[in-house]
Design a protein around this ligand. Structure first.
Ligand code: HEC
Ligand code: HEC
Length: 822
């Protein structure tokens, strides 16, 4: 009794006004979950008793009801923990690890007060507040009131633009200049036009400008020439291809399952194309988020349009993680399910929220205000997910396919009837003959009948058989997307040490407890699904969410400035880098929401700032900011793997304009393929085709943008790999940018390099004719968007004279200048 009285006395009204309920939530539920459920729960029910949920506990155990409300002395549950059960002298619960006296008192007090056990959702009535205002918040308790000053958890307030001495043409510049001026510095001079158009083209398209584009911009005297260039680039479909690539890193995109077999996923590319379309259409980011988390629930209803279909395709986000298909073979479906849910939990937290939920799966987070329960609360939103092949054809198309197939079926039936008619005479004859001999009806096989049919009819029979095959091959399938939806929801438990074989207390879907420890009720959805993911999506995509907008604008910033304002884009926690310009980040985040979550609006803002347009060369006197944290210059960046290959193909005239559709399979050396056990197995004849084998396309078919190359997890494309391809097993917010020898080897000696430099030389010869001076100029213009200097001209001409145009082509493609964006 003392415990209850004390607790109520200490607790503010904020935690609910029903003391019995409050006491249960604070003292009894955690006690049962932590000390009893391992033996009295879904895994084991010792003594026939379960103590994991009210409905189960109310049934009692082998010895009858577990409690008598209001009477602790007659309640088995209290007697058991005291070790005073009449017929179990000395047996105490939990065996060998008795409860502390205070815990026993708490349990007894609960029974005495009526044994009220609201189930977890109903517990909303006694809502616990956020960690900043409510001492009963579990985060406040778990970390003794610490860890609550994490900057990213506070909603961004829109700061005033700081006053600056210099000229700040754009709001961004106010923030950047204010910091620079405080350090006695200023921005560097603006970059020249050639640098600007190369920078912009690579940033927005992942491709270099053509010589004509470079010349046109250099000659454009209109005052808004730069803004016009930005608009032209943003309006091109190449923009979506470039920015989809960044998002696919975050979304851990792959075209195969990973693990041992690494089977190809023939429909995954639809998600990739959806991302391209979304960026090109400037789809509001909050919708983009919602579609990926819960597109199936908001699609609600038959597909009428491409936009409806896209909602299903978007849920491919939930299908992208690696998938161990051998688990089923070894009856390890539970392990596989656990791995899928872990992936969904961790990816959702990293991609949208910048939170490292990976680290609180096995224990409370060691740095952040996140408990282990938080990991499983987020996981519970996905508890019902079920992969599905969603039909995505619009109704007219479905009707067309059905009519087409029905017509074929009719023709097939007619052909089969024709075959039967051809065999009929022989069948009739044999049947009559045999029946006469054995005096009972017998069947005659088609083969027998055929062998007795005259040669002409036999041929006609075979022709009809062939036409049946040909007709069936013309049947059309419905288009499906690799999508996710809900099946029945199973209970989510906190797993001890993250081990799915050790389920503990049940948890309900919930957002980080630091904000709101109560269960987040499912959204009312017009579908048969649980509505849990829609509830989650609404919370993530809410303008009030302190993390979502910040995390996304930081991703955009990173790809325009070489480094995020927070240099750890997937980690906005204490263990992350923290923002270099907190006010700027907050201003951008609020501006993002204000713009209707327009990603293109953010690009415009960023690339038209003076900070973006400054030169990347080191300015003397700025060495006080040697790592450029204050942004006193632009960052020179090595091209990422895909941009580099795309640039090589574009410059050499080999880049195919094909966009979208099933991935292309570039050639990979046989020894690499055969060292892959799954492919080796496939070659041995056990699983043919592209499901498990690697079947390259002809070179010219694979000369598409790298985005469209197959991303088979166990076979990263060898030409791209040395240039820091990300691991597709988990969300990648920031690629490494190493400088290692294999990069030089790939550019100088790989089959790809040899092929593109030859093509480049051929193109130069075609465009420039045989005049060596023109050839050198053309080659420089194509590769570097500039003319050669006098020295370069002389050197290049000598190279061509001595070693041919191929050598010049290869040299230019290997220049630092070619692989770097200034
Ligand atoms: C390590 C396993 C284990 C843990 C933990 C445990 N129990 Fe038990 N419990 C048992 C076993 C075994 C029995 C059956 C044998 C017995 O009745 O002593 C049992 C039986 C009981 C019974 C009698 C059920 C009946 O109807 O016969 C009660 C009541 C009980 N436990 C309460 C608790 C409570 C309350 C806790 C947590 C504070 C708890 N137990 C924790 C193993 C455990
Ligand atoms: C698969 C389970 C698992 C995951 C996932 C996990 N840990 Fe741990 N971690 C453990 C175990 C087990 C221990 C040792 C027991 C303990 O301290 O809880 C531990 C211990 C630690 C310790 C040392 C604790 C101390 O008190 O010195 C730190 C720090 C830590 N983990 C950080 C992390 C971080 C950061 C992550 C995410 C990147 C992470 N852990 C993810 C299981 C895990």
């Amino acid at each position: 009794m003392t415990t209850l009285a004390l607790f109520v006395a200490l607790s503010p009204a904020a935690i609910g006004d029903d003391p019995a309920r409050t006491h249960f939530e604070a003292k009894v539920r955690p006690l049962l979950a932590g000390r009893c459920v391992s033996c009295h729960g879904p895994e084991k029910a010792k003594g026939g008793l379960r103590l994991d949920a009210a409905a189960n506990a109310a049934k009692g155990g082998d010895s009858g009801p577990a409690w008598v409300a209001g009477n602790p002395a007659k309640s088995l549950i209290v007697l058991a923990v005291r070790g005073t059960r009449p017929d179990h002298a000395g047996a105490v619960m939990p065996p060998k690890a008795p409860l502390a006296a205070a815990e026993i008192d708490a349990l007894a007090a609960w029974v005495e007060a009526g044994a009220v056990w609201p189930d977890a959702v109903a517990a909303v009535a006694g809502r616990v507040g956020d960690a900043w205002t409510d001492p009963a918040n579990p985060i406040r308790k778990a970390f003794a009131g610490e860890r609550l000053d994490l900057w990213s958890l506070r909603k961004p307030a829109r700061p005033e633009l700081p006053a600056v001495k210099g000229v700040a043409p754009n709001p961004i510049d106010h923030f950047v200049l204010a910091k620079l001026e405080a350090a006695g510095m200023t921005l560097s001079a603006g970059a020249d036009r050639r640098t600007l158009i190369r920078r912009l083209s690579f940033d927005l398209h992942g491709l270099p400008p053509t010589p004509a584009e470079g010349a046109a911009f250099a000659a454009d005297a209109r005052p808004d020439a730069y803004e016009r260039l930005v608009e032209r680039l943003l309006a091109s479909p190449r923009y979506g291809e470039r920015w989809a690539r960044h998002w696919l890193d975050v979304a851990r995109y792959g075209d195969s399952n990973g693990f041992e077999r690494d089977e190809f996923r023939p429909q995954m590319w639809r998600y990739r194309d959806y991302v391209v379309r979304s960026f090109n259409a400037d789809k509001p980011y909050d919708r983009f988020v919602t579609e990926q988390l819960a597109g199936d629930e908001i699609a609600a209803g038959p597909i009428q349009s491409a936009a409806d279909a896209d909602r299903w395709v978007a849920t491919g986000f939930l299908r992208l993680g690696p998938n161990d298909t051998t688990a089923a073979v070894f009856r390890e479906d539970d392990r596989e399910r656990d791995q899928v849910l872990t992936d969904l939990t961790n990816t959702t937290a990293s991609a949208f929220l910048g939170l490292t939920y990976t680290c609180c799966q096995c224990h409370d987070h060691k740095y952040e205000p996140l408990t282990q329960a938080d990991h499983f609360r987020l996981r519970a939103f996905f508890a019902a997910v079920k992969p599905t092949a969603a039909p995505i054809d619009p109704p007219a198309e479905r009707t067309r396919i059905e009519a087409h197939n029905a017509a074929i079926d009719a023709q097939v039936r007619a052909a089969k009837a024709g075959q039967a008619a051809l065999l009929a005479p022989a069948k009739k004859l044999v049947r009559a003959w045999r029946t006469a001999m054995r005096r009972k009806k017998v069947d005659v096989t088609d083969a027998t009948a055929l062998s007795l049919t005259p040669a002409g009819d036999r041929q006609r029979y075979r022709d009809l058989g062939q036409s049946v095959g040909a007709l069936n091959a013309k049947k059309l399938g419905f288009t499906t997307a690799a999508a996710m939806t809900d099946g029945p929801a199973t209970a989510t438990h906190l797993n001890a040490q993250g081990d799915y074989k050790k389920p503990r207390a049940e948890v309900q879907p919930g957002v980080p407890s630091v904000f709101d420890p109560n269960p987040l009720p499912p959204a009312a959805v017009p579908t048969k699904t649980t509505g849990r993911r829609t509830a989650l999506a609404r919370w993530v995509a809410s303008p009030d969410n302190p993390l979502t907008a910040r995390v996304m604008v930081n991703r955009l910033w990173q790809h325009h400035f070489g480094r995020g304002l927070v240099a750890t884009p997937n980690d906005f926690g204490y263990a992350g880098a923290g923002p270099s310009h907190p006010e700027l980040l907050d201003w951008l985040a609020t501006e993002f929401v204000k713009s209707g979550w327009s990603v293109k609006a953010m690009h415009r803002l960023m690339v038209t700032s003076a900070a973006y347009r400054q030169a990347s060369v080191e300015t003397p006197g700025h060495n006080r900011d040697s790592d450029n944290r204050l942004l006193h210059r632009q960052a020179a960046r090595r091209l990422d793997a895909e941009s580099l290959r795309d640039a090589l193909l574009l410059v050499s005239g080999r880049l195919r304009p094909d966009a979208g559709g099933p991935p292309r399979w570039p050639a990979v050396a046989e020894d690499i393929l055969l060292s892959n056990p799954a492919i080796f197995e496939a070659r041995e004849g056990k699983a043919g085709g592209r499901l498990q084998d690697y079947v390259p396309d002809p070179d010219d078919r694979a000369d598409v943008r790298s985005l469209y190359l197959v991303q088979k997890r166990s076979v990263p494309y060898p030409f791209l790999q040395p240039f820091d391809l990300p691991d597709t097993g988990a969300s990648c917010g920031c690629r490494a940018a190493t400088t290692v020898a294999p990069q030089a080897l790939a550019l100088l000696n790989s089959p790809t390099a040899a092929r593109v430099s030859k093509a480049f030389a051929g193109r130069v010869a075609t465009e420039a004719g045989s005049d060596p001076g023109r050839q050198v100029e053309t080659a420089f213009a194509l590769a570097l968007t500039r003319e050669p200097t006098a020295d370069e001209r002389a050197l290049a001409r000598r190279l061509v004279a001595d070693y041919g145009l191929d050598a010049l082509a290869r040299a230019l493609l290997n220049l630092n200048e070619f692989v770097t964006v200034d």
